[in-house]
Write a protein that binds this ligand. Sequence first.
Ligand code: NAI
Length: 469
Amino acid sequence: MNSVSDSYDVIVIGAGPGGYVCAIRAAQLGFRTACVEASETLGGTCLNVGCIPSKALLESSHHYHKAGHEFSEHGIKLDRLSIDVPQMLKRKEAVVSSITDGVAGLFKKNKVKWLKGHGSIAGPGLVTVTSKDGKNETFAGKHVVIATGSIPIQIPPAKFDHKQIVDSTDALSFKAVPEELLVVGGGVIGLELGSVWLRLGSKVTVIEAQNKILGATDAGVSREMLKILKKQGMNIQLSTMLESTEIVDGKVKMTCKQKDQSVEFQGDKALIAVGRRPLTDQVGLEKVGIKADSRGFIEVDKHYKTSVDGFYAIGDTIHGPMLAHKAEEEGIALAEMLAGKAGHVNYEAIASVVYTWPELASIGLTEEECKEQGIPFKTGKFYFKANGRAKAMNETQGFVKCLAHKESDRLLGVHIIGPTASELAAEAALAFEYGASAEDIARSVHAHPTLAEAMKEAALDVDKRAIHS
Ligand code: NAI
């Protein structure tokens, strides 16, 4: 029997957006709370090697692209434009540190104890923490929350060597711009990181198995994004399945199947971005018999309770979109439910965003889903090229597409391709939370001139009464 070093009301394993937010909320609610994290910094994939560093590089590369391609149109002349990749990476690291340090500060402020080391279940209500130097300590937790996140999927035809065949973490730290970059997977990560290196000068080829990019995205929206990215110079090969990879003369050579033909692509590096899998095989689920499916997703009920009393799971370890904001909301809802409150996550109102430029943000149902589910709907669309602010910004690509119920007018889906679509989607999320109709948005006063007016016009267009188109 392990001797117990300390006891907590709540022990959260993993300090990603799901785990650290859950721990803070639990502490706010008066629980004695600890959070186990093995990394040197808090924040998990999102803050350290995911959302935040990728957005930092997307921002830097966007500035570089604009300076090289768009400044002259604004009457700004630059003679000798160059990039300093090490400085770009240094800034990215500084952004990451300031945010991860911030989480450590929040833990102190809220009296969440950071148990440094690898956490694994030792028995009912028990968690063992193994520190870097191999020392084990066991803690008792009345409630134990598994929030260990996910890792990139490795596929047999392209095993990571982390030098030339890389995952998303590696692709955030290339020391120099690869001349030719292969990207396997035309999903969120492939297109975001592909965009970073494309803007910095790489020749980027995306190899995508399906006949569209961005999987479940509304088909019309996916088509528009494909057109835009191709125009930017991204070579996107659809219906192309990777079969094998070899390194020949220092280059990555990929053999793929494309419509019954064998095709080859070559690059200096290859980013494999074919999805992520839950990281649940090293947390000791078997010690207490917590059930997970064949892919490692932990089974939970609507209160995030696993099959074993006292153990809960949230975020990427359970089913649903692998999104930081989904994990955060689950962390908050769980802490509130443990405190006897009515924690709740509205899964209908979770925006998914692709931080390409223009950005893509989607919330609610796609047109295809409405059809599949037999929901009668009407569509409104408004193009940014007819929006004054977008014109002033010289950012006229894309549109807002609103889907509303044909009879009740209730909003069913909002899909935006455009400048700052990620920010514009917040209005749609609020509208969904309030069960708004398209008319509710159409009748709300939107400041002029703003990009958000495109949302109002798309809502007006649902009943074919847009003013500016
Ligand atoms: P993904 O599931 O978005 O896309 C993977 C793509 O790879 C799919 O289109 C699939 O058809 C393709 N694929 C799979 N095997 C293939 C093969 N052998 N050959 C060619 N193509 C193949 O996965 P991704 O981009 O790795 O992202 C993982 C998760 O991370 C996603 O669930 C996403 O939600 C999340 N994420 C979210 C971000 C955001 O919210 N902006 C940013 C980054 C990640």
